[in-house]
Design a protein around this ligand. Structure first.
Ligand SMILES: C[S@@+](CC[C@H](N)C(=O)[O-])C[C@H]1O[C@@H](n2cnc3c(N)ncnc32)[C@H](O)[C@@H]1O
Length: 280
């Protein structure tokens, strides 16, 4: 439990992940029925970009700072940036805060965070919002209790720290396989880091065989995925994605690749259906 997201808040991987999150929740809101948002690794909720941890790495300078002011270039980016701008000045919103801003009155959120200090900050942040429930516990184990949600519609975001990469992929596979048995129609979005391309291959093979009927995989590289020991990119695997999510992401990803690349021309994005429903 050494990981603290304050060191990474607002970096390129957060921009990518949070744009996908906004697209997912907006797509789910296309139907009026209430939805449930479940965040297995919620973090502190929001982050002070002037704090010592954030300034030490200055990762936000290569992330949110680079996309600010580019609202005119993509409707999805504009929606995300409006939510970031709505946060208290100097702070960057994490997934719970973005979700809280997007959820409707009858929607609900279940936020899991294992780290006691992060969970305390998160709880204080949402304490006046009756739609939101914070659980200070292991997010993977919590899925057993939380699935299926009463609303029978919604999204599970799995965004772990990946301190030990192989181990984390294993936990994800086990939790999602069990979760899909309880709630096969849920939408599951899994964030994963891309260091060396080959490290992600076993997970991508599992995605091909996983129990979801449809799987969309999107990736953003800010530099070549052959640079060792660096976070060269990030991916989001989306199981049972909502209708037309791929169109919205296809419009945004090349812009993110251009804007967030570490050097001109090193950025790349990819959007790939790993499983599609068999057509009759
Ligand atoms: C990448 S951060 C989450 C960021 C957040 N989802 C966001 O987008 O703003 C991962 C978080 O998971 C927490 N964590 C680590 N292991 C956990 C576990 N087994 N269950 C729940 N939370 C965990 C860490 O303390 C950290 O706050």
């Amino acid at each position: 439990m050494n990981y603290r997201h304050a060191y990474h808040a607002g970096n390129f991987a957060d921009v990518f992940k949070h744009c996908v999150l906004v697209a997912l929740l907006e797509a789910l809101k296309a139907k009026s029925k209430p939805l449930c948002y479940i965040d297995t690794h919620a973090g502190a909720g929001r982050y002070d970009l002037a704090c010592e941890a954030a300034r030490k790495t200055a990762e936000a300078d290569q992330g949110i700072a680079r996309v600010r002011g580019k609202s005119a270039e993509s409707a999805l980016l504009a929606r995300y940036l409006a939510l970031v701008e709505a946060e208290e000045p100097g702070f960057y919103p994490g997934s719970p805060r973005l979700a809280a801003a997007l959820l409707r009155e009858n929607d609900c959120a279940q936020l899991c965070e294992l780290h006691p200090e992060e969970a305390t900050i998160l709880r204080a942040l949402v304490r006046n919002d009756p739609r939101i429930h914070v659980h200070q516990r292991d997010g993977y184990a919590a899925l057993k209790a939380l699935l299926p949600p009463r609303e029978r519609r919604g999204l599970v975001l799995i965004d772990p720290p990946f301190e030990a990469q192989d181990q984390e992929f294993k936990h994800i596979r086990t939790a999602v396989e069990a979760g899909m048995q309880r709630w096969p129609k849920g939408v599951y979005a899994i964030w994963y880091p891309i260091k060396l391309a080959r490290d992600v291959q076993p997970f991508r093979r599992w995605l091909h065989d996983c129990p979801a009927r449809t799987v969309l995989d999107v990736e953003l590289l800010v530099q070549s995925d052959t640079v060792p020991r660096r976070l060269n990119g990030a991916g989001m695997a989306i199981l049972n994605p909502p209708w037309k999510l791929d169109h919205r992401l296809a419009e945004l990803l090349p812009l993110l690749a251009r804007t967030l690349a570490t050097s001109p021309g090193t950025g790349k994005s990819r959007l790939q259906w790993l499983k599609t429903e068999a057509r009759p």
